[in-house]
Design a protein around this ligand. Structure first.
Ligand SMILES: [Zn+2]
Length: 94
C-alpha cells in the first residue's frame, strides 16, 4: 500500500533548496485511461482528514475527465502543501 502511495505523485521541478515562487509541477497518472501528465498545483486538491485513511488528494484527469482520488501519505502531503496545493482540512485536531 505504501508503495502505491509513494509512486502516486512526485514533484517534477526541484525546490532548489529553498522555498521560491517558481511554479511546481506534479506528475500524476490516471487509473482510468492510464494517462500520465503533469499538473500544476492549482489543478490538485488536498484533503487532510483525521487519519491517513481520510487524507487524500484529488484531481480531474485532463485526458479523460475522470475524477481521480488517491490516498496521500505524509510525504505526499508535504510535497503538495509545499508546492502550494490548495488544502482542505476535514478535521480539526485542536
Ligand atoms: Zn484519465
Amino acid at each position: 500500500m505504501s508503495d502505491s502511495v509513494l509512486s502516486g505523485v512526485s514533484v517534477a521541478s526541484a525546490f532548489a533548496g529553498m522555498r521560491s515562487v517558481a511554479p511546481v509541477v506534479f506528475k500524476a497518472g490516471c487509473p482510468d485511461c492510464r494517462g500520465r501528465f503533469e499538473l500544476a498545483a492549482s489543478a490538485l486538491r488536498l484533503a487532510i482528514g483525521a487519519t491517513s485513511r481520510t487524507t487524500f488528494y484529488s484531481f480531474t484527469c485532463p485526458e479523460c475527465g475522470a475524477s481521480v482520488r488517491k490516498p496521500a501519505g505524509e510525504r505526499i502531503v508535504e510535497l503538495l502543501t509545499g508546492g502550494g496545493v490548495r488544502t482542505l482540512r476535514l478535521h480539526s485536531t485542536l
